[in-house]
Ligand binder design. Structure first.
Ligand code: NAP
Length: 278
């Protein structure tokens, strides 16, 4: 008798967990969604495309160089991810328009934008930075993020809603030495996230941001390839290593999922515990 009661409760528990598991799977699934990820042939952008693609989204990858696009498309296809690729320098209006139009032509819709592109053409004292440096940094890192959002928002709205994600940086909270203009551009993205969220909520579009710490990519190689710098950095980290691009990609995919359905106007720092804000 006792044994039968136990068995019954085990079965009930299994059944409940199975149902809960299915619910979790469907909430994190991006099956049927179309995601544009800018600057996505390497590093964090590529990892974001992989994370979204593995959850079922059709991902549209792009960057300035065709050879990089071809390589990224081949890699994602080898992982059974639905992918389309094209060149796009986000600093150029005609390229941005081409990217959006091509996505609509090939995929029929847009549900997600991950605005990931950034440049940093300047290292040094901020007072030595020139107008050209500021123009380039603000054009690519900030203006293009907004202009891409403006281009895709009406199409996401047509789908009944979706997501926009900006990629900022820990430097957006605490300017990094010798990276003044770049840091300011990343602070601007925190503000852009806040400015867009209430307006786009009316179209059921959530707008969020991730602020990575030091992540192992080509962009930050000057930092993590220098042992002295890494030792100094580790003192500021709770998790004593640099991050991997996949650790940003998975947070981006979470923010785009139904599991994050009540999050908007938010920035998630992904820094290994770097001290940058309360
Ligand atoms: N790595 C870090 O530690 C770190 C930390 C905080 C924030 N971030 C942010 O993360 C984002 C990605 O950086 P990452 O480290 O992943 O860089 P990455 O590995 O060097 O990759 C950069 C990607 O951007 C593309 N790209 C560069 N300029 C572009 C442009 N104007 N238009 C379109 N694509 C462009 C590159 O391909 P092509 O050369 O073919 O264009 C490449 O695919 C940036 O916003 C960066 O500020 C990085």
């Amino acid at each position: 008798m006792h044994c039968r009661v136990m068995l019954r409760s085990v079965f009930r528990c299994l059944r409940t967990n199975l149902v809960a598991g299915q619910r979790n799977m469907s909430q994190s699934s991006l099956s049927g969604k179309v995601a544009i990820v800018t600057a996505s042939t390497d590093g964090i952008g590529l990892a974001a495309a992989q994370a979204l693609g593995k959850r079922g989204a059709h991902v549209v990858v792009s960057s300035r160089r065709q050879a990089n696009v071809d390589k990224a498309v081949a890699l994602l296809q080898s992982q059974s991810i639905q992918v389309t690729g094209t060149t796009c320098n986000v600093g150029k209006r005609e390229d941005r328009e081409k990217l959006v139009q091509m996505t609509l032509d090939r995929c029929g819709a847009i549900d997600i934008l991950v605005s990931n592109a950034a440049v940093n053409p300047f290292f040094g004292n901020i007072m030595d930075s020139t107008e050209e440096v500021w123009d380039k940094i603000l054009d690519v890192n900030v203006k293009s993020a907004f202009l891409m959002t403006k281009l895709v928002a009406p199409h996401i709205e047509k789908r009944g809603g979706g997501n926009v994600i900006f990629v900022s940086s820990v430097a957006g909270y605490q300017p990094m030495q010798a990276l003044g203009p770049y840091s300011v551009s990343k602070t601007a993205l925190l503000g852009l996230t806040r400015a867009l969220a209430p307006e786009l909520a009316q179209s059921n579009i959530r707008v969020n941001c991730v602020a990575p710490g030091i992540i192992k990519t080509r962009f930050s190689s000057a930092l993590w390839q220098n042992e002295g710098v890494v030792d100094e950095l580790k003192k500021q980290l709770c998790i004593k290593r640099v991050g991997e691009p996949e650790e940003i990609g998975s947070v981006i995919a979470f923010l785009c999922s139904e599991e994050a359905s009540y999050i908007t106007g938010e920035t998630i720092t992904v820094t290994g515990g770097m001290n940058c804000r309360l």
